[in-house]
Ligand binder design. Structure first.
Ligand code: ZN
Length: 196
């Protein structure tokens, strides 16, 4: 990995705090929506905070958003975020229970292609979507197949791993029928029930 650091803006401490406040507003709003307890004020305040950051949108999108709860995984997550090209948004859209899985997936992909690029890492329908592209624009079918096998595996593991805490989990759903892979304890904390 080289030559990409010039593209990455540094956020000031004040900007980092604003970003984390917005993240926490959205997390609280998401939980309240899942539980069915969200008020219009919850939604308004989360969006008001986000809009207040709008003038710096490019800067925020391109800065490295190491999650506040990254803990011991911060350095490994930073390595992954640095693989994301400019304007794709340098953050992970998964909860902390999947950080080790995301990091293991990156290590396996990097063994095959040290300079591969990450496009997006997010949760969708309760499983991990790890979107990447090889460093070469013409990688060849063999490399691509080997890399897809790694992200397919990660998707399977995510479907039995609690996204919140990393313990064994199963698919759960909220009142609004949003789904998330969770253990029993986390499901209860978030107001989710087993998926029907
Ligand atoms: Zn859990």
């Amino acid at each position: 990995m080289s030559g990409t650091d010039d593209d990455i803006p540094e956020l000031t401490d004040a900007e980092k705090i604003l970003w984390q406040a917005a993240e926490s507003d959205f997390a609280a709003m998401g939980e309240a929506l899942h539980k069915g307890t969200a008020t219009p004020e919850d939604v308004d305040s989360a969006f008001a905070r986000l809009l207040s950051m709008d003038h710096d949108r490019d800067k925020h999108r391109n800065a490295l958003h190491i999650p506040a709860d990254a803990g011991e995984h911060a350095a490994a997550i930073e390595t992954i975020l640095r693989r994301i090209p400019t304007n794709w948004g340098r953050w992970l859209s998964v909860d902390a229970g999947w950080y080790p899985l995301v990091i293991a997936t990156d290590a396996q992909l990097a063994r095959l292609d040290p300079d591969y690029r990450v496009h997006q890492i997010k949760e969708k329908f309760g499983t991990l979507c790890y979107y990447f592209w090889p460093s070469s624009d013409d990688p060849g079918a063999q490399l691509l197949d080997a890399m897809y096998a790694i992200t397919d595996d990660a998707e399977r593991v995510s479907s039995i791993t609690c996204e919140r805490c990393g313990q064994p989990g199963t698919l759960h759903q909220s009142r609004r029928a949003w789904v998330k892979t969770l253990c029993t304890v986390c499901a209860e904390a978030l107001g989710f029930v087993p998926h029907q």
